[in-house]
Design a protein around this ligand. Structure first.
Ligand SMILES: C[S@@+](CC[C@H](N)C(=O)[O-])C[C@H]1O[C@@H](n2cnc3c(N)ncnc32)[C@H](O)[C@@H]1O
Length: 163
């Protein structure tokens, strides 16, 4: 399992603390964080993915929850790092912002609208992602071909910290 490069580069610049991986899938990012000193909670609606993650990495607090149904309430001012990688749910951005402690960091990677996918609700428009964090300090903002080894589609990436 290869973690997202952006997560690795970003997390290394912060003191390990409490991290939340939303829509964690196999847990490639959660596992990297846990192996680098973070106390990690990982959430996904796939029971199979969470069961497998729990078995292989018992130190990770892995939870089955449907984020669209808000089955995992993001506790306010509780997290030092929140990552959402390749999952877009627009109404999560405000809870993510409220969930981070001052000085905490959000890492968001979502698919970017490309020709032929103009009607997809699961991709952001150019310039859209950064707007959700326009009152935050933007540490990284990128739109273009992904550098993630797991796929090479067009993405919007954002790293932002609470002032
Ligand atoms: C493309 S995968 C990304 C997985 C992981 N973040 C990564 O980068 O490897 C998208 C994940 O979102 C999860 N997912 C989709 N809808 C969800 C929902 N409503 N609540 C929680 N997880 C969801 C899927 O089960 C899947 O694991």
């Amino acid at each position: 399992m290869v973690p997202t490069t952006l997560l690795v580069e970003t997390a290394q610049a912060f003191q390990p603390g409490r991290a939340l991986d939303l829509a964690c899938g196999s847990g490639r990012n959660a596992v990297w964080l846990a192996e680098h000193g973070w106390r990690v909670t990982a959430v996904d609606r796939s029971a199979a993915a969470i069961e497998s993650l729990q078995k292989s990495h018992p130190a990770i607090d892995a939870r089955v929850a449907d984020l669209e149904k808000h089955e995992f309430p993001i506790a306010e001012a509780s997290w030092d790092l929140i990552v959402v990688c390749l999952y877009l749910q627009r109404d999560l951005f405000e809870p993510i912002k409220r969930g981070l402690k001052p000085g905490g960091v959000a890492i968001v990677i979502v698919l970017l609208m490309e020709p032929g996918h103009e009607r997809s609700l699961f991709r952001v428009q150019p310039g859209e992602l950064v707007r959700y964090f326009d009152d935050w300090e933007i540490l990284h903002s990128y739109e273009g071909k992904s550098t993630d080894s797991e796929h090479h589609r067009a993405v919007a990436e954002l790293v932002a910290t609470k002032r």
